[in-house]
Every structure is written in structure tokens, then in C-alpha cells.
Design a protein around this ligand. Structure first.
Ligand SMILES: Cc1ncc(COP(=O)(O)O)c(C=O)c1O
Length: 397
């Protein structure tokens, strides 16, 4: 096991040594990367596994890819099933959450007039998929209306009142990527189940960042990327389909074999693909497991509260994410009254070598900040002091 995951030690006080975690990742340069919610760097051990696997493929591709690397995929699925708390025979491996969303959205049989409930905060590719089905098949879209700072009860009420007898599908986002708001997903799935409505949970931001049990959620589809919070190489995603839902769901690509198991959604139906990328999943799982998802979540929540508290006295500073939420993670969105967020994004990058992400949804135009476990309080001190200087310059004081 040591060859694929470093043994992380604890400090004298029994705490995880975050400096050692940091040293296990590639150094980020030239920019301080505070947009990990988009894509995170893999730990060095993961990077090395992919390089080794790629070289291994080149020595005898047809044999080494299928018989040397892909034979490990069933055991990788078993390990992922432990993290997600589901069965390995409900897991398909694919390229990312976008692909999983499309498999679910285009795979559910629907008739003209059937209704699907979405929210304007869902990921654009999810909304785009449903709009395409609306245009091609005359299904109806209903929007659950709620604000990003609404209470959980208000959110549940918004979805409940958007449902009608002809509602067939609820499209849900666990952690909303615009601001990091976590929805009461268990309550929403239960509400749908009572009414026989199929649920798609987009867990791209929540999987491996927060403790999750897909088994307890009892959703029909759960989709995620593995390159954000698990630390797998870019190009890896996971789709979980409830066992009872598999036979009636159409795959996006024609399956190679005549199977009606979860295999019909796996990436090997894509034809020849880069197996070396999957060789990074197992070391990523081991690294993640060695720290533990509860420790990861607690650390990310603490880092978020750390920088927000220090930035709170910057004139005009407003956070659009509920900070007291138990499920708060690494992702937040902030604005500075009277200062264009795009200007702040550019000034932080050009003058201070710091990368945060401008996000616009509706009237909300802010900056998303998402640190990862390889970052420390000193990175966040540097960010906050740079932000303070940018705002001081912008206000001209
Ligand atoms: C909520 C959510 N869903 C889906 C995606 C798509 O992920 P990917 O680009 O890895 O397919 C993202 C990416 O940021 C996301 O935040």
C-alpha cells in the first residue's frame, strides 16, 4: 500500500499534519490556485501512477491496456462503492459529471407532456440537456424558485410546489457550484420517492468533499467527477444508477456487448480510450481514505471560515453562502459593494498571482473561492491581504 499512498503522519497533538499533505501535492505556480471547485491538482502519487501506466501501455498497448490495466476496474469500483456507500454493481466509470448528467438526462424514457423539475442553480449542462429534450420531445420544464440563502424548509417547499401529478423527474444539485450552497438533498429525494418521481442528484461538488451515503439518499442517479475533491486525474467520473432503474435506462453510446447491467454505461463503450487515466483512481482513493472524508470536510469548512472571518472587515465585503451551515465546505461566493467583480479577479491575478473565479448567475456577479486540503492558512492570509489592497485601490482610499 505504501507504494501507492504515502503514510501521512500525525502531529504530537494527534492532528493530521497538513504541511505533509501539502508536500504530497505538486506546487501550484505561478498562481495561487483558489478555484479547486473547477478542477483540482492530483496528489503527486496519483500523477506518478498515470505517467507509469502511460509508459506501460506503450510497451504493448493492446495487451497492457485491457489485460494489464483494465482488469483492475472491478476492484476500483468496489473501493469507490465504499466511499459512496452503494453497491459496486451500480457504478459505471466515465469521463466526468457532465457525461453522467447526459447519460441520466437522455436515458430516462419520457413521453410528451411529462414534466421535469429543475432549478436555475443547476449546472448549465444539466439545464441544457433538459432544454434539448423539451425542444425535441415536448416534455415540460418546471422551475423550482428559491434563493441561494433561503432556508432548507423554503427550498423543500419550492420543489414541492413545483411538482405536479405529471412530474416524472426531479433534477437536483447537491452542492450548488455557483456559491457552495448545500441543498437538503435527503429530504428532497424522499419527497420525490413518495410521489414515484425519478431523482438525478448532481454530486460533482459534494462527492469526496462531504460524507455521502448514496444508499441512504435512495436517489435513482448520482453523478460526479472524480477530479475535483477525490484527487483522481482529470478525465475520470462516476455514475451510480439504482439497480432497479438500470434495465429501463438507455445508454448514451451503443454498448459493445449485449448486456443489461451497469456495464452498458461504462466508458469502455466509447471504444479505445486512455486507460492510463483510470490507473490514477486507486491511489487517489487510498490517499483520500488515509485522511478520511470527515477530516477533509472539517478541514475545508475550517479553511473557509478562516479566510471569511479575516476578510469580514474589508469595506463592502458580502458572502453569498450560508456560513453557519453544518454542511459548509470549501466553496463560497463573495462580492464587494461598488467594485466590479471582474476587476477584482483581474487585479488579483495580474498584480498578486492569485486565481479566483468570476461567476455570474442572474443578477449575482461575484467571485468564487475554493481552497483545497493542500492549502494552508498562510495561503489564505496572502489572498485576504491581496484582496484588501485591491479594494483599497479600487475605492481610492
Ligand atoms: C455542480 C456541477 N455539476 C457538474 C459539473 C461538471 O463537471 P465536469 O466538468 O467535471 O464534467 C460541475 C463542474 O464544475 C459542477 O460544479
Amino acid at each position: 500500500m505504501n507504494d501507492i499512498a504515502p503514510n501521512l503522519s500525525k502531529t504530537a497533538a494527534g492532528e493530521l499534519d497538513w504541511a505533509q499533505v501539502r508536500a504530497s501535492y505538486p506546487r501550484q505556480r505561478p498562481l495561487l490556485n483558489l478555484n479547486n471547485a473547477a478542477v483540482s491538482p492530483p496528489p503527486l502519487v496519483v500523477e506518478q501512477a498515470v505517467v507509469d501506466a502511460y509508459r506501460f501501455i506503450g510497451r504493448n498497448p493492446d495487451v497492457n491496456m485491457w489485460s494489464g490495466l483494465d482488469v483492475k476496474l472491478p476492484s476500483i469500483k468496489r473501493e469507490l462503492a465504499e466511499i459512496a456507500d452503494c453497491s459496486a454493481d451500480e457504478i459505471a466509470l466515465n469521463r466526468n459529471a457532465t457525461e453522467g448528467l447526459s447519460v441520466a438526462i437522455f436515458g430516462i424514457p419520457l413521453s410528451p407532456g411529462d414534466r421535469v423539475v429543475v432549478s436555475k442553480w443547476d449546472y448549465p449542462s444539466a439545464l441544457g440537456g433538459w432544454r434539448q429534450r423539451q425542444a425535441r420531445e415536448n416534455i415540460e420544464l418546471e422551475v423550482a424558485e428559491f434563493g441561494l440563502l433561503s432556508s432548507d424548509d423554503e427550498v423543500v417547499e419550492a420543489y414541492a410546489s413545483a411538482m405536479q401529478p405529471s412530474t416524472r423527474v426531479l433534477q437536483l444539485t447537491h452542492m450548488i457550484h455557483w456559491t457552495g450552497r448545500v441543498l437538503p438533498i435527503g429530504r428532497l429525494c424522499a419527497l420525490a420517492r413518495e410521489r414515484g418521481i425519478v431523482t438525478i442528484v448532481d454530486g460533482a461538488q459534494s462527492f469526496a468533499q462531504l460524507p455521502i451515503s448514496v444508499h441512504a439518499l435512495r436517489c435513482d442517479f448520482f453523478v460526479t467527477s472524480l477530479h475535483k475533491w477525490l484527487g483522481a486525474p482529470v478525465g475520470n467520473g462516476m455514475l451510480i444508477v439504482d439497480r432497479g432503474r438500470i434495465p429501463q435506462t438507455w445508454p448514451l453510446l451503443a454498448p459493445f456487448d449485449r448486456v443489461d447491467s451497469i456495464d452498458k454505461f461504462d466508458h469502455w463503450n466509447l471504444g479505445t480510450y486512455n486507460s492510463a487515466l483510470q490507473a490514477g483512481i486507486e491511489p487517489a482513493i487510498r490517499f483520500h481514505r488515509e485522511i478520511g472524508v470527515s477530516n477533509i470536510h472539517a478541514r475545508l469548512r475550517a479553511l473557509t471560515r478562516y479566510w471569511v472571518e479575516r476578510a469580514a472587515d474589508i469595506p463592502g465585503f458580502t458572502v453569498h453562502t450560508p456560513l453557519d451551515a453544518e454542511m459548509l465546505g470549501a466553496v463560497t461566493l463573495f462580492t464587494i459593494d461598488g467594485v466590479d467583480s471582474r476587476h477584482i479577479e483581474c487585479a488579483l491575478r495580474d498584480s498578486y498571482a492569485i486565481h479566483v473565479k468570476y461567476r455570474q448567475v442572474g443578477d449575482l456577479k461575484g467571485l468564487r473561492v475554493s481552497p483545497h486540503i493542500y492549502q494552508t492558512e498562510s495561503d489564505l492570509d496572502r489572498f485576504v491581504e491581496s484582496l484588501r489592497a485591491v479594494v483599497r485601490d479600487a475605492y481610492g482610499v
